[in-house]
Structures are given as structure tokens and as C-alpha cells.
Ligand binder design. Structure first.
Ligand SMILES: Nc1ncnc2c1ncn2[C@@H]1O[C@H](COP(=O)(O)OP(=O)(O)O)[C@@H](O)[C@H]1O
Ligand SMILES: [Mg+2]
Length: 250
């Protein structure tokens, strides 16, 4: 079993769009896949038409495998399950801080799902806090959408510095360009510069696409309703690239 986190310190960069489509691509490719919506806003759950998880005491999430399993829902797609978020997930940080081994609780609970799933995708909230550190400890890959602008570059560097200063393995970070606009000169220049400075960038680039933007209306992965469009296929290419990276990192 592998765990991929779709993560960025920033909001609105395409974490959820990537989570939803990569989870779909993974299931289509034959993997038993679980998408965990860690963001209390519940956007991933919304895209799959799944209601908020039950309002049970939030501590179940990190301690009780049975209750965690009970909250997992099937989706409309074969081999794809969803663990929806609810608003209480906003308190994960406070809860974790009162637990022992507070940075490894997510890793521990997810490893108990080893027999059930081939791939787990974590759709993360925008933050850098104790929950994020749990994500860094649990994930085999931290996939970071980067919109090719100056500010995103700065945020990406902050993440690298955080990893460096807190002894996390930088090699698990795999950035990709998100919402790139080929006709935008600044985007174009930023992509060229950053690819040179950071050769770890994924080759697949997710372009800005009205088709992807309309996911909220369709309420399904864009790969499920517009899979033939070039801009959309990029998610499948990105998934294949991820599979190769994970195989190499073994
Ligand atoms: N490649 C894209 N092209 C156009 N719009 C996009 C693209 N990716 C995401 N969006 C839209 O941008 C907004 C933020 O994306 P989202 O995936 O929710 O970001 P995050 O999870 O990082 O906050 C959403 O309205 C989404 O539909
Ligand atoms: Mg999101």
C-alpha cells in the first residue's frame, strides 16, 4: 500500500482537483483506492456526491480502526472508496496535540488499512501545522500543486525549508505545475525557471481549463465526463508518472 498526499501550504491551488482525479485514475487502473478528505470544507466529498461523515466524537479518526472503517463510503466507481470530511476535522490539530506520539498518529491508523487498499490519497487542508506533520510522516509522496507565479514559488520554498529544518525527507516532495496558462508570459517564465532550479518537478503539467473548473457543476471527476480532452488527460499522465516514481523509490 502507498500513500500520496495532495498538499500545499496554500489554498486554491488545485489540491482537491488533483486528489479527485488521481483517485479516479488509480481506481480505473485497477487499484483498490481510498480517498481521504482531510479538509473540513469537504470539497472532495462534495465532488463525489458524498455527505459529511457522521458527527461522532472526532477522536475516533486517529484511534479506532473499526469506527474509521464504518465511516468509509463507496463511490459511484468501482474500487474507489471515500472517507468524507466533516466540520469537526477542523479540530484535528488540538486533538493531536493532546495525544502521545502526536506526529505519527495518522501513519499508525493508515497502516492498519494495509490489507484493504493499494493506494490511499489524502486531500489535505491548506496549512502547515501538526496535522501536516502527520501527513509528512505518513505519506510516501507529498504531491504539491504549484501555480506558476512568484508567490507560489515562495510558498514552495517555505515548504522545502520546513522539511529541511524539521528533518523530514525532502525527496518525498514532488511538485507539479497546476492551472498553468500557456499564453501567460509570467507563467511560462516561471515554469522554465523553476524546472531548471528544481529538476524534481513532475513532467506532467495541469493546465488551466474551463472543463476542470466545471467539476463543481458535474460533481464528478473531470476524467469521468471529459476524458478525451487533452487538458484533462494530463491527470492520467500525471498518475502514470506518479506510479513510476513510487516504483523507483521502493
Ligand atoms: N486546472 C484547473 N483549471 C481551472 N480551474 C481549476 C483547475 N484546478 C482547479 N480549478 C478550480 O480552482 C478552484 C480551486 O481548486 P481546488 O482543487 O479546490 O484547490 P485546493 O484544493 O488547493 O484549494 C476550484 O474552483 C477548482 O474548480
Ligand atoms: Mg481542497
Amino acid at each position: 500500500m502507498k500513500i500520496i498526499a495532495s498538499y500545499s501550504i496554500k489554498g486554491g491551488v488545485g489540491k482537491t482537483a488533483a486528489s479527485v482525479n488521481l483517485a479516479y485514475a488509480s481506481a480505473k487502473a485497477g487499484n483498490e483506492t481510498l480517498l481521504i478528505d482531510l479538509d473540513p470544507q469537504g470539497a472532495s466529498s462534495f465532488y463525489f456526491r458524498i455527505g459529511a461523515s457522521k458527527k461522532e466524537s472526532r477522536s475516533y479518526f486517529f484511534t479506532k480502526k473499526n469506527r474509521l472503517l464504518k465511516n468509509i463510503r463507496g463511490s459511484n466507481y468501482k474500487r474507489l472508496d471515500i472517507l468524507p470530511a466533516n466540520l469537526s476535522f477542523r479540530n484535528f490539530d488540538i486533538m493531536l496535540s493532546s495525544m502521545n506520539k502526536s506526529k505519527k498518529r495518522l501513519k499508525e491508523i493508515l497502516s492498519s488499512l494495509e490489507d484493504e487498499y493499494d493506494l490511499i490519497i489524502l486531500d489535505c487542508p491548506p496549512n502547515i501545522n501538526l496535522l501536516s506533520e502527520n501527513v509528512f510522516n505518513a505519506a510516501d509522496m507529498v504531491l504539491v500543486p504549484v501555480i506558476p507565479t512568484t508567490l507560489s514559488e515562495r510558498t514552495y520554498e517555505q515548504l522545502l525549508n520546513f522539511f529541511q529544518n524539521n528533518n523530514y525527507k525532502k525527496k518525498i516532495i514532488h511538485p507539479f505545475f497546476s492551472m498553468a496558462q500557456s499564453k501567460n508570459k509570467l507563467h511560462h517564465q516561471t515554469i522554465t525557471d523553476m524546472e531548471q532550479r528544481y529538476p524534481v518537478f513532475m513532467k506532467s503539467i495541469i493546465s488551466f481549463s474551463p472543463e476542470i473548473e466545471r467539476m463543481g457543476i458535474h460533481r464528478e471527476p473531470v476524467l469521468a465526463y471529459a476524458s478525451k480532452k487533452n487538458h484533462v488527460q494530463a491527470y492520467r499522465t500525471l498518475f502514470n508518472e506518479i506510479v513510476n516514481v513510487l516504483a523507483k523509490d521502493k
